[in-house]
Design a protein. Structure first.
Lengths: 191, 458, 300
């Protein structure tokens, strides 16, 4: 039912919300005003299922069934680029928004992806089935799992998929570092 | 046999005295004098790999469906520029190696120029009669930055495309002429007719490389004519040069350094991924990704754009859009100071004599502190532009970070200035850490007026 | 007098170098290693084409070659004690400056020539600048194709039905039949709980059931405003806002796109919406203001 200033009512949030928050370890929350972040779940898998079943019995959306293999990689990429990349970064590496961090998606299971999209946890927007249908959800989950678990890193060491900042650091620390060492070796010697 | 071959060439080029003089030319060879060479050899790698890339890249924004091997984009409409970059990366053997080596070389080129510039500023090498060479060097730095930006914007990917949109806004923000400048460059309001792609290409492949090559040639020629500066030391005066002869020592070592530079860049080009444009996807005006950054040498500008307060004043009927302050005014002042440095230095030190001997940084505390303070003022925006994720991972919100960085932008240069002054004075008086390769003795004047060696480390 | 004296030629260059068999051996080994690496590159290229293998091989080749040269040359450097005189400028008569100004002594009609040259220079300068007028008047910036009655379509071109959006959702829309890439076209449509809305006077009916539309192009520097933050628990979390990922300009969607934080100098332009009988969304008028980053000029 909820306790004022402590926690909201869970009547009607559904098994979907309960499963998302518990399985990603976001709930239980250490303090009411913190941003919930992914961490090790506080309960075992069996306990989570029982808790979820109880919350589900109070009404609300059920855990969605997401099957990436049914999705289209191209559609998933395009949807993710337009709808999700602004916050989660094009490779799912997460990021920053004013007022919160945005989590990386490398540990999100397809089910959790579907749950988050439908729920809109914390400051995330939410997308209902009329805006993003089952196939589109499957596609997004396919793109996210592919890009975070099996990225195409044909170029070598990916440096965390974070882009020009680690690249600049490598240029200075590794390349210039090595070349400065060689320059010192090559330069003037004491007699 | 080699000696006869060289003599034969010498006779036929009529340069007997010149060639002999060149071969026996003396270079002082402190290690810090090699930093400019690292930049030069990076430029050589850029040209060589760049020519290779130009054989495959198509600078056109015409759209076709992508048919290559990268699955997430299969069938999607992309521009020729983007497609040819992907095809070069995936379907041309060693294509990705060349592309990545080219990009690493660009990052290292500018890093080496900055290390070289730091050495020039800290040792007073820009002083009379070398002011023109300093101006040429500063010009080359600004061209190199522009060249790099143009280069990585060519593939029309999401990351660089966002940067181009920002560049358009910065062009619009130039007072009075902004509303014409942006559309002039893009041929109409952004995104324009698409001609920006071929303009960037022309700039990047032909115009700037030619200007850079010319400036490099003049830069080297002026060093050769005036002869390189050197640190003070035994046998070294303002009137001579002590060091290594061009042939064989210096030439072979320089060739070796060139090979090492090429090798390091190729190692990075093959082993460490850079600018994976297939992961970013093609540019779309209506799309954006979190965590988008320019290449490192533009980082000071994104930081300045983020730190500027939200002012967009109207002065005498003319709007001054916000990006002007971070994107135009800040770099203009920074480069202005850089270009004017020899003349500012002369004003402050009141020293108008020609110099061919360098000062160690500690021997000119005011100059060294000013250089480091100025460098700090330029570096703080780099941190501001890059550290949002770090701050947030330490639970410091972005808003607080901006406030902290704004304060640091003013305070840090002053602090660095004061600390550098003290460190210089302390190093100078203690005689610690003498110049590498120097085997002299530090003397001090005794009370009675004579000289004695200073007690302590030599 | 200590230190080497300046030695002008002639002298024997062979006296300046010293033999060093160890360095030579090291250099030879490095060269052979470079040869092996080079062969490795050829093999990698022909047999595998793997970028990492090729880069490792050819990079190692060059590094080893370079180190060989450096090691070998270090022994030939003559210990850095060669000396050469600088050619310092000697005062010579006549000086270069005097040579240049010498002909001036023969000019008699100095003032006439100077005046005529000044007039010529000024008119030549004017003649050079005048063609700039062909650039024409500055193009109209900040306009958009949005007009009353223009329907909203999604990225695939399908009309946007209001009912598909849940509270707390957003999508990207474009004007039907117009260019998708013009700055004025992309729209970000958000659905907010209507009780949170606080529009300024005159915009009370710009929303449809809490659905609002704004230009998606940031008024700071032109990036797509691609982030919506929407609180699940409004009493504990920051309010609904559109945030730009480039420099974090934050626009309050409950207050007509007002700037909450960040460097943007202007609120996000808003498009009034209304519902068509078939449930799709259309524009109820033009944008509330110019779209995109501000331009400096007299009439922005």
């Amino acid at each position: 039912m909820g306790v004022e200033h402590q926690g909201p009512s869970l009547v009607g949030v559904g098994g979907l919300a309960a499963d998302f928050e518990l399985s990603t370890g976001r709930m239980p929350l250490a303090a009411p005003n913190l941003q919930p972040i992914r961490s090790d779940p506080s309960f075992s898998g069996a306990d989570i299922r029982r808790l979820v079943a109880y919350i589900a019995s109070l009404g609300g959306p059920a855990i969605p069934s997401i099957d990436p293999s049914r999705g289209s990689l191209l559609e998933g990429r395009d949807l993710f680029a337009l709808q999700c990349a602004g916050c989660h970064q094009i490779s799912g590496a997460g990021g920053v928004v004013t007022g919160a961090t945005v989590p990386a998606l490398d540990q999100a299971t397809p089910t959790q992806i579907g749950e988050a999209v439908r729920l809109g946890p914390y400051l995330m927007p939410r997308f209902g089935p009329e805006q993003l249908d089952q196939h589109q959800l499957d596609s997004i989950a396919l793109y996210v799992t592919q890009t975070t678990r099996h990225p195409d890193d044909a170029g070598g060491l990916p440096l965390g998929h974070l882009g020009p900042i680690p690249e600049g650091m490598v240029a200075w620390l590794v390349a210039m570092g090595a070349l400065l060492v060689v320059a010192r070796m090559t330069g003037e010697r004491a007699s | 046999m080699i000696d006869r071959l060289v003599d034969a060439v010498d006779e036929r080029t009529g340069g007997s005295r010149l060639v002999r003089k060149a071969l026996r030319y003396v270079f002082p060879d402190h290690w810090s004098f090699l930093l400019g060479e690292i930049a030069l050899y990076s430029f050589v790698v850029l040209v060589a790999t760049g020519i290779y890339l130009a054989l495959f890249f198509e600078p056109s924004l015409t759209r076709h469906a992508y048919q290559g091997s990268y699955a997430p984009l299969q069938g999607r409409e992309v521009t020729e520029a983007y497609r040819s970059t992907l095809d070069l990366s995936f379907h041309v053997k060693a294509g990705l190696l060349m592309r990545q080596t080219h990009h690493w070389a660009a990052l290292v080129f500018i890093a080496a120029i900055l290390c070289h510039l730091l050495r020039i500023l800290l040792t007073g090498a820009f002083r009379r009669p070398r002011e023109p060479n300093h101006l040429i060097g500063a010009a080359m730095l600004s061209l190199a930055i522009l060249e790099g930006f143009a280069g990585y914007s060519l593939p029309d990917d999401l990351l660089s495309g966002m940067g181009l949109a920002i560049a358009y806004s910065v062009a619009l923000s130039v007072p009075v002429v902004g509303e014409r400048l942006g559309p002039l460059l893009w041929s109409g309001e952004y995104p324009g007719s698409g001609v920006i792609e071929s303009r960037l290409y022309l700039l990047h492949v032909l115009v700037i490389p030619l200007i850079l090559a010319g400036l490099i040639a003049i830069h080297l020629m002026m060093i050769a004519l005036l002869k390189h500066t050197q640190f003070a030391g035994p046998g070294r005066t303002e009137r001579n040069v002590v060091g290594t002869r061009l042939w064989p020592g210096y030439a072979l070592r320089s060739l070796g350094l060139m090979a090492v530079v090429a090798g390091v860049l190729l190692l990075l080009g093959g082993l460490v991924q850079i600018n994976p444009v297939w992961q970013y996807g093609p540019y779309d005006v209506a799309a954006a990704s979190n965590g988008v950054q320019p290449d490192w040498y533009m980082g000071w500008l994104i930081g300045a754009l983020r730190l500027m307060p939200a002012v967009e004043p109207t002065v005498l009927g003319v709007t001054v859009p916000n990006p002007f302050f971070g994107g135009v005014l800040f770099p203009a002042v920074a480069f202005g100071i850089l270009f004017a440095w020899p003349f500012l230095d002369r004003m402050v030190s009141r020293d108008r004599r020609p110099h061919h001997l360098l000062e160690r940084p500690r021997d000119a505390p005011v100059r060294t502190a000013a250089v480091l303070g100025f460098a700090t003022w330029v570096i703080v925006p780099f941190l501001a532009g890059a550290s949002d994720r770090i701050f947030v991972s330490f639970d410091v919100g972005y808003e607080l970070q901006v406030t902290v960085m704004r304060v640091a932008w003013v305070v840090a240069p002053a602090v660095v200035f004061l600390v550098a002054m003290r460190v210089c004075r302390r190093l100078r008086s203690s005689g610690e850490r003498p110049l590498r390769g120097w085997d002299g003795t530090v003397l001090e004047r005794s009370e009675s007026g004579g000289f004695r060696p200073r007690a302590g480390r030599e | 007098m200590t230190g080497p004296r300046a030695q002008l030629e002639p002298e024997d260059p062979r006296r300046e170098v010293t033999a060093d068999p160890t360095r030579e051996l090291v250099a030879a080994v490095l060269l052979l290693a470079a040869a092996v690496a080079s062969a490795g590159f050829v093999a990698a290229y022909l047999l595998s084409g793997d970028t990492q293998l090729m880069g490792l091989a050819i990079g190692a080749t060059f590094v080893l070659l370079g180190l060989a040269l450096i090691v070998f040359a270090a022994g030939l450097a003559g210990e850095g004690r060669a000396v050469e005189e600088r050619a310092l400028p000697e005062p010579v008569q006549p000086s270069a400056g005097e040579i240049v100004t010498a002909p001036g002594s023969a000019i008699t009609r100095r003032r006439l020539l100077a005046g005529a040259a000044g007039v010529a220079g000024a008119s030549l300068g004017a003649a050079a600048i005048v063609p700039l007028a062909s650039l024409g008047p500055a193009p109209a910036l900040g306009r958009s194709a949005w007009r009353e009655g223009r329907r909203l379509v999604d990225d695939a071109g399908h009309p946007v039905k209001a009912e598909i959006m849940e509270t707390g959702s957003f999508l990207t829309a474009f004007p039907e039949g117009a260019s998708k890439v013009a700055l004025g076209s992309p729209l970000v449509v958000v659905r907010i709980d209507p009780s949170m809305l606080n529009p300024p006077p005159g915009r009370e009916d710009w929303a449809v059931d809490g659905i609002l539309a704004f230009s998606k192009i940031c008024t700071h520097a032109g990036c797509a405003v691609a982030m919506l933050r929407y609180p699940l628990f409004p009493d504990r979390e920051p309010g609904p806002a559109l945030v730009c990922p480039c420099h974090y300009s934050t626009f309050d969607v409950t207050r007509a796109g007002e700037v909450l934080f960040g460097p943007a100098g202007r609120q996000l332009p808003q498009l009034p919406l209304r519902l068509r009988p078939d449930g799709t969304l259309e524009a109820a008028g033009p944008m509330s203001g110019p779209v995109g980053p501000a331009a400096s000029g007299v009439d922005w």
